[in-house]
Write a protein that binds this ligand. Structure first.
Ligand code: ZN
Length: 185
């Protein structure tokens, strides 16, 4: 039995407008505090809106207060379909080779560094948007464990050890993260 009251409100979400944030921020760059019109800030805003849209698109939709680390983990796995980093499967003849001499059919993933930077931005955004540090799902231990597993798996598969990056808790570290932007299609 299908209930007869579906309001197709899909097209009218305010999140639809998130693509325009960048343009607004760029137009804003003549402001006084805009030596660098922080790419980090605009990226963080985009990430945050994308995550919000992702939660809304769940069936049933997930509100921010319901959001827990499992939603975040699902989000990270969901992002892999937009990844651009070749991660060889164990059976691939190029497994563990940093520069394979030929193409292979292994899947593309989000690079660990991109996910790590993304989580950092979303963790900050969560608290800037009223979330409590105690319930911050982006700061949970299971996210750290997941990211570590991804890093180790990718390091083995690609034969490229990840350099130990200094943990930075400051929010203005734009240059570092700009090279590891997540690209949504
Ligand atoms: Zn491969």
């Amino acid at each position: 039995m299908s209930s007869s009251g579906s309001h197709g409100a899909e097209g009218s979400s305010p999140m639809d407008h998130y693509h325009h944030y960048d343009q607004q921020l760029q137009a804003y760059q003549s402001g006084p505090a805009a030596a660098t019109p922080s790419r980090y800030e605009s990226q963080k805003r985009r990430d945050w809106n994308t995550f919000g849209q992702y939660l809304k698109n769940q069936r049933p939709p997930v509100t921010l207060s319901q959001c827990n680390c499992n939603h975040v983990l699902d989000f990270l796995r969901y992002l892999d379909q937009f990844g651009k980093t070749k991660v060889h499967l164990q059976g691939c003849m190029f497994y563990g080779q940093p520069e394979p001499p030929a193409p292979c059919t292994c899947p593309l993933r989000q690079a660990w560094g991109s996910l790590d930077a993304l989580i950092g931005r979303l963790r900050a955004a969560y608290e800037e948007n009223g979330g409590s540090p105690e319930t911050n799902p982006f700061a949970s231990a299971s996210i750290r464990v997941y990211l570590r597993e991804v890093r180790e798996c990718q390091a083995k598969a690609r034969g490229i050890p990840y350099k130990k990056k200094r943990k930075s808790t400051t929010k203005g570290n734009a240059e570092e993260s700009s090279s590891s932007t997540i690209h949504f299609s």
